[in-house]
Design a protein. Structure first.
Length: 264
């Protein structure tokens, strides 16, 4: 009797282990080549909900970045990963949580695109977001009503060509994630600040193309930005700074992938 109970317990433990080891996957998923995009002034928005994704006109590099929670510049592989476009709509089973969607995307990429990857460390030219010499000059955000979460970034451009980024409840990670489009390279948050803040930054049209990175001085450190509207000057005014560095970051290397998804 004891032996039978022990055997039953072992079988149940093995079954439980097998279930735990099974990769998460979407309940239903559709992957199709995207139609050409877009009319002037229009774009296709990609969304990730609590239990589903609706990715429109996205590249496989975009999907890989979502699946492995890295930035697109951290994904390397064939050039077509950033060229071919897809519409991908998928829903998880009942009870799916938002944080499970990346693993479900990994499963989808393996099954539909036969993706094989490996992880590695690579050196990237980045800007480090650091505290300025005199410390931060940031206004902490007021308490928000219940149910209001996350940061809000609003961008506008005046008739004189001066851009403005208005930030409400922004943390430094969100700021670092928003700056690459203005400085032309990845930004890594190394401020150590954990609060949320309200502030404004100015930028020029050249910033939008990542053209105003300050040149390096003779000793290799970034030279002081020139007077005028630029994202670098604005960062300094709130007591922070951007410093050019080369840093090792996690990267995803694609060993194999197919251009056409199987099944639907």
């Amino acid at each position: 009797m004891i032996k039978l109970l022990a055997l039953a317990a072992a079988l149940m433990a093995g079954a439980a282990f097998g279930q735990a080891a099974s990769p998460l996957s979407f309940e239903v998923a559709s992957v199709k080549p995207a139609a050409p995009c877009c009319a002037p002034g229009q774009w296709r928005e990609s969304k990730a909900g609590d239990d589903r994704i609706d990715f429109r006109y996205v590249t496989l590099r975009y999907c890989l970045a979502f699946a492995y929670q890295v930035k697109e510049y951290q994904v390397s592989g064939p050039s077509w990963l950033g060229e071919l476009r897809y519409d991908l709509v998928a829903k998880g089973p009942e009870g799916t949580r938002r944080e499970q969607l990346p693993e479900m995307m990994q499963t989808l990429l393996r099954e539909r695109f036969k993706v094989e990857i490996h992880h590695e460390k690579k050196d990237f030219n980045v800007f480090a977001l650091l505290l300025g010499n005199n410390g931060p000059k940031l206004k902490p955000s007021p308490e928000e009503p219940a149910g209001v979460e996350g940061a809000h970034f609003g961008m506008s451009m005046s008739g004189a060509g001066v851009g403005r980024m208005e930030v409400k409840r922004g943390d430094m990670t969100a700021l670092a994630n928003s700056l690459p489009r203005l400085v032309g390279r990845p930004v890594v948050n190394l401020t150590g600040l954990e609060g949320r803040y309200d502030f404004e930054l100015e930028f020029s049209p050249e910033d939008v193309h990542g053209m105003l990175a300050p040149p390096n001085s003779a000793d290799g450190t970034p030279a002081a930005p020139q007077p005028g509207a630029s994202i670098f000057n604005s960062i300094q005014r709130i007591g922070l700074k951007l410093e050019a560095q080369k840093r090792p970051l996690d990267a995803i290397a694609v060993d194999r992938a197919e251009k056409t998804a199987t099944g639907n």
